[in-house]
Design a protein around this ligand. Structure first.
Ligand code: HEC
Length: 104
């Protein structure tokens, strides 16, 4: 999946940029870390429903990023909530590169 996003973006993914993107707000109330925590090897909490969200980092949750339809669905929904638009392929590649680099 990472290779696909990187190819579509035409640039090399950068984990550091992914972390900054994940932690920052983008003109709206929430950042990605609001629900997924700043260290997504941990369980998150939905900002409005307060429901638990299993860890987003593959090291802590083997099911993550194994189903591209699911990943795309949630990138679309979450990016719209946080940025008011869809994420670019480059943004997805950076976030994924960072998430993959996290250790349990
Ligand atoms: C309002 C809470 C909330 C915010 C903010 C949020 N997410 Fe999520 N995210 C969820 C929920 C809920 C799910 C789906 C439930 C699950 O898979 O545990 C999810 C799932 C995902 C998935 C699916 C991963 C997979 O393949 O299993 C990705 C990718 C994701 N989020 C990325 C992001 C990114 C990137 C941002 C910031 C732009 C973000 N999320 C912000 C709540 C949030």
């Amino acid at each position: 999946m990472l290779a696909g996003y990187a190819k579509a973006s035409g640039q090399a993914p950068q984990a550091v940029r992914g972390q900054q993107f994940f932690d920052a707000t983008h003109g709206k109330e929430w950042s990605c870390s609001t629900c997924h925590t700043k260290l997504p090897t941990a369980e998150g909490t939905h900002a409005s429903t307060r429901k638990a969200i299993t860890p987003l980092a593959p090291a802590a949750n083997a099911k993550r990023f194994t189903d591209s339809a699911k990943t795309e669905k949630w990138f679309r929904r979450n990016c719209n909530d946080v940025l008011g638009r869809e994420c670019t392929a480059a943004e997805k590649a950076d976030v994924l590169a960072w998430l993959i680099s996290l250790k349990p």
